[in-house]
Design a protein. Structure first.
Length: 321
């Protein structure tokens, strides 16, 4: 833990802890603000289009917002760790409040990828499956699994550290080997499915482009790109999300796997203080990807800002007069 290890230049452990605490606090504000804005824009899109795909995106924004809301508890613990101790139950609850929405965020990206995969690969079947009931059932299952992952250490005593000292970090209250196996058993299969979806859809896209080229050479009337082009644009956004997700979380899970396999390795400090923070940054990257990459979201954000500006300007003018 960072409280027990200073820098080579003599910086005190408490200074390291305060720096990490402030980084977490600032990250929390940014994560909440960006996800609330993007969530509001997506909510407007849902009201206009009622698309199942946007419901999953809204759930991603909700999960990432909950991650941001859970971070201040960890930041408070990090900053005040040198002067106070945390009860084991409270520490387990704090970790669950971060782990559950993080798992929900990862699973939401999986649902978004699956939704795009079915829309492109099986368009006729997708039109029959898509609907409010399907979306509701998928989201209920997603949150049940997420809460199970997050609260499992609190329910299973074998996953808890028997010699908890009152300093609340992930591996100080939870046994590393058990949870690392759980996380890696979930992370790597999900990442493999992401890659399979994208590679399989790329085959469909290449076949579609070949059909277009043959039609052009034959002088035939080209079909309207319509839905396929829209699906491919959405798929590009999903691919960017998955790429950022991989870069953010892979170091954490790879290091965790090494720690689980190498009993003599001491990677807990790096995993808890740096790689975990890198993983949490994914909750900030997700809304930025949609805000910058998805045209429909940008348009709705413009509508939101214009509405707010329209309400503020008359009020400011009235105050000035």
């Amino acid at each position: 833990s960072c409280q027990r290890k200073g820098s080579a230049r003599g910086r005190s452990p408490s200074m390291d802890a305060e720096l990490l605490g402030w980084i977490l606090s600032i990250s929390s504000v940014l994560i909440i603000a960006t996800n609330v804005l993007v969530g509001a824009a997506v909510l407007l899109l849902i009201r206009k289009k009622g698309s199942q795909s946007w419901v999953f995106v809204l759930n991603l924004a909700l999960a990432d917002t909950l991650v941001g809301l859970a971070i201040p508890g960890i930041a408070t613990e990090v900053i005040g760790a040198h002067s106070s101790s945390t009860h084991k139950t409270s520490c387990l609850l704090r970790m669950a409040c971060v782990t559950s929405p993080s798992a929900a965020s990862i699973l939401s990206m999986f649902l978004i990828s699956l939704d795009r995969y079915l829309a492109i690969k099986l368009p006729l079947r997708y039109s029959q499956l898509a609907g409010p009931r399907t979306a509701a059932g998928a989201l209920v299952a997603l949150w049940l699994v997420s809460f199970l992952v997050g609260f499992l250490p609190g329910m299973v005593r074998e996953l808890q550290q028997s010699d908890y000292k009152g300093f609340c970090t992930f591996f100080s209250v939870i046994r590393p080997q058990g949870m690392i196996v759980v996380f890696c058993a979930g992370f790597f299969p999900v990442l493999s499915v992401f890659i399979y979806f994208y590679c399989d859809i790329l085959k469909v896209a290449c076949a579609h482009q070949r059909q277009i080229r043959r039609a052009r050479l034959a002088g035939s009337r080209l079909p309207q790109p319509g839905h396929f082009a829209g699906h491919m644009k959405a798929l590009q956004t999903v691919a960017l999300l998955v790429g950022c997700f991989t870069l953010s979380w892979s170091p954490f899970f790879v290091a965790s796997t090494v720690q689980a396999l190498c009993q003599d390795c001491r990677l807990y400090h790096v995993i808890e203080n740096y790689l975990w923070l890198l993983g949490l940054s994914n909750s900030l990257i997700n809304p930025l990807v949609y805000a910058c990459w998805q045209r429909e979201v940008r348009q709705q954000l413009g509508v939101l800002f214009a509405t707010v500006k329209g309400r503020i300007s008359p009020a400011a003018a009235a105050i000035a007069t």
